[in-house]
Structure formats: C-alpha cells, structure tokens
Design a protein around this ligand. Structure first.
Ligand SMILES: *Cc1c(COP(=O)(O)O)cnc(C)c1O
Length: 465
C-alpha cells in the first residue's frame, strides 16, 4: 500500500514509512494513493467478532503486505487487551434512536488510547526491524499527550516529548503525562495556546537539520496509522446497529478533525454512513467551514471541553484534497495561503461535495452544561463535556426514523471532574482500573512558546536518554 502527500510534491512511501513520517517533506499529509474497500458481505461478517479482529481486518487494508497478518493481529490483540471493557468500545442506548459509542475505556480514559495503544506497538515493531531510535514530539490539547506517554513510556526504541499549553488542560490530563517516571519521557508546559504548541511541532519538522539530529517523528492526529485505527469503531458500532443493510449517522465531537475524518475513511472503505456531524464547542472553525464554505481562523477561547479548543484543524487538509479531486497543487496553494492569511474559501463544487457527508454544528458553553444535566436526569448517565457537545449537536441532526444516531463519547467524565460537578452537582468516580495519580510526583519543564527554546531542550533530552 502506497501513500502520497496532499500537496503533491513528495515521493510516495509505504505504510511503515508513513507510520513514522508525520508531515510529508512538502508540508502535506499522507493519504493512501488508492482507497481500499470491503464488500458488503465482508462488512456483514464483522458482526459478533471481537474488536481486535475487526481492527486487524480494517487496519490491515491500509497496511497491505508491509506487515505479516499474524503479526498485525497480535499487535491488535495486545493493544485492545489494555482496555477495561471486554467490548473495547461498547455502545449504550440513550433514547429509542440515539446511542453513545463509549471510546474511553482505555488506560488514560479518552478515545486517543484507541489509536495510540496500537501505534506504540507499531512503532516498536518497525523501529526494532530498522535498528533505529526515534524522538517523538507531540503537541497536545490535553488527551493526546497522556495517551502517547502511556503508549510509549518505557519503550526501548522511542523517546517522547509532550508539549501542552500551560493552564489550558485539566489537572487529571496533566498528571497522566507528568507522573510518568520513565527516562524516555519528557513533558513541556508551553506558555501559550495549543495552536502555539502545534505550530512549534510543525516548525521542528520543517527544520531538516534538527529533524535528522534527533530522528524526529510525530504521533499527532495527522499520523495515518492513528486515522486507520480510529476508523475501526465506526465499523463495530454500525454493524452492531444493523449495517451494512442499515445506514447509521454519526455525531463526532471535533477539534483537529482526526476522528471525524476517520468516519470519512470508514465510508470510503464501504461502510454505509448516512451523515457525519462535526460538533464543535465555541471554537467553531470547522462547523463554520462545513456550513458556510469559509475556513477562517478565529481566536482560541478556553471552554469546558479543552481537548477541542482548536482553531486550526490539521486533518481538514485531507478532506480538502479529496474535495478538489486529489489536486495536490490546488491543496498546496490553498493551505499555504491559509497559513499566511488565516482564510480559505472552499470552491463551491468542493464545498457541495463535502456537504454530501458532513454537517457542522457548534454548541455553546451553556448548552454543553445543560446537556450534562439533562442526560443525567433523563437516562442516569454521567457524561463528560466533550460528549455533551456531541449530544447537544445530535438534537439538530436530521435523519429518517430508520437511521440510528451514534454520538461518539470521547472521554470518561472522571477526566473532567470540575466541569461535570459544576453542571450536575455530581463528582464522577474514577474507574476501578485507573491508578491514583494525585499523589505521584510530577516532572515537567516550562518553556516560552518559541521554537528555538523547545528545539534546544529536545536536543539535550535526546542526547541524554
Ligand atoms: C482529541 C479529543 C477530541 C477531538 O478529536 P479530534 O480528532 O482532534 O477532532 C474530542 N474529545 C476528546 C475528549 C478528545 O480528547
């Protein structure tokens, strides 16, 4: 299976290289050169299969011959054995036609674990075979960092640096990163926003000398293996609800557009998805882009759902590339102009194509809190603020009565105890399997939002670990 850049100027690469690559050298994102697909019969056969087996089949479509089937199956088996629920990503019915897809049963209580647990094992596998040691740098709006640290800590062939925006993530989120005592983990509190962190990472990748010096790699939501791993739960949930005979609609709490784009990938693979609603908090760049055709950066506002406090949605470039019929030159022009001006007008034909699958909805802080309370009152379920954004957006989703609406529940409520308590009066209990991190010592550096300070820090860390 070959991968090409959305900007059309980089040579194609294989799956294993795409796993390690992060951004393409031309600044684009890797996508499959051709879309694989399943037949309806193959999709129907997923019914009743264990999650790890469906994962091996779906991810296997993107791996091609690069990893022997038995090895991939074993990695999937191990990755999903770390989850505290035997169904891995169970669905829960809320109303006759509305369901929650619980993605938070992994070790750090957010959906990022689903992809990261597999990615950590894929890295080990590839680096072992290449006798190579890499430095992973990861900008996090909260949950990616913890999931990445958990997936990579103690691994022999990779060290990890997690950058997070100071004061913009919850204490629980921070402690999942900063309490890892392993020598191959470094955490950096950046005096800036998540977009600043993401910008520093992008700059680091564009600095060839630095990239080679520390053998840099990225596991942010642009990583293709993460997207592939995230497309799996669209299959397991839709099949459980009657696919492929029946269409299913999804509502996806969205920040960097990785999870919502993975729904598009599932549809490309043949899953009959009715529609995908990208639900944002008041940082609504994506909801606006999908609704109006204008992708325009705004200022980042802090909300109750901090993992979605993002105004540049990296994976949107992948959808744009498809929307302009895989024209790399046009994609490069559009996203270079966006980097300079913060504005991109989607051509009308491309916008109409996006709207065949996607809808956008933004949810206010007040409606997020109200939804946490009403869900508790009506169903007894305690939900986290990111899930609440999705559920609030689901109210306006327009589907025929025969189409079930599945809202992705992206974090466990115990990960955002302050917001949940403020909205419902209840303090959510931490699941039994989660270790108590509140008394463990924290280890992190504080640095200004400036690329050269971060690079200097990473060089020293890489030289000494
Ligand atoms: C990362 C995250 C999101 C947003 O996912 P994207 O793939 O960035 O759109 C939503 N909710 C939670 C809890 C997250 O951690």
């Amino acid at each position: 299976m070959r991968y090409v850049s959305t900007r059309g100027q980089s040579a194609s690469i294989g799956f294993l290289d795409a796993v390690l690559a992060g951004l393409a050298p031309d600044g684009g994102l890797y996508v499959p050169a051709e879309w694989p697909s399943f037949t309806a019969k193959e999709i129907a056969a997923f019914a009743g299969k264990p999650y790890a087996q469906v994962a091996a089949a779906v991810v296997g479509k993107f791996v091609g011959d690069d990893i022997p089937t038995a090895d991939l199956a074993e990695m999937c088996e191990e990755a999903y054995a770390t989850f505290a629920h035997t169904a891995v990503t169970p669905i829960k019915q809320l109303t006759p036609n509305r369901y929650l897809l619980e993605l938070f049963h992994g070790p750090t209580l957010a959906f990022k674990d689903v992809a990261m647990q597999l990615l950590g094992r894929l890295y080990d596998y590839v680096l072992e075979r290449q006798s190579r040691k890499m430095t992973i740098i990861c900008a996090t709006s909260g949950d990616t960092g913890g999931a990445a640290v958990e997936a990579f800590r103690g691994r022999k062939n990779a060290r990890i640096v997690a950058l997070f925006p100071e004061g913009r993530i919850s204490e629980v989120q921070r402690r999942f990163m900063t309490t890892a005592a392993d020598a191959n983990v470094a955490c950096v509190s950046i005096l800036g926003s998540f977009d600043d962190c993401q910008h520093i990472v992008k700059q680091a990748f564009q600095d060839d000398q630095f990239r080679h010096a520390v053998d840099l790699s990225g596991v942010n939501s642009i990583n293709w293996a993460r997207i592939a791993a995230q497309s799996v739960y669209y299959f397991t949930s839709a099949v459980a609800l009657g696919a492929p005979e029946r269409e299913v609609a999804f509502v996806v709490p969205t920040g960097n557009f990785g999870d919502a784009y993975a729904a598009f990938v599932a549809r490309k693979l043949g899953l009959p998805i009715h529609s995908v609603t990208a639900a944002t908090n008041s940082n609504d760049i994506l909801a606006r882009a999908i609704e109006t055709g204008r992708y325009a950066r705004g200022a980042v506002a802090a909300t109750q759902s901090p993992a979605m406090d993002i105004q540049v949605a990296s994976n949107f470039e992948r959808l744009y590339f498809e929307a302009v019929r895989r024209d790399g030159t046009e994609t490069a022009r559009a996203f270079r102009a966006f980097a300079d001006t913060g504005l991109l007008d989607i051509p009308p034909g491309a916008h109409a194509w996006m709207r065949e699958l996607f809808r956008g909805a933004s949810v206010s802080e007040a409606d997020t809190a109200k939804t946490m309370l009403s869900t508790l009152n009506e169903t007894g379920e305690v939900i986290d603020p990111h899930t609440a954004v999705g559920l609030a957006a689901a109210v306006s989703v327009d589907v025929p009565a025969s189409v079930p609406v599945v809202v992705l529940s992206t974090a466990h409520p115990a990960k955002f105890p302050e917001a949940v308590q403020a909205a419902t009066g209840l303090l959510p209990a931490t699941p039994r399997a989660t270790p108590d991190l509140s008394k463990k010592p924290e280890k992190f550096e504080r640095l200004p939002a400036d690329g050269s300070s971060v690079k200097a820090f990473v060089r020293t860390f890489a030289a000494n670990s």
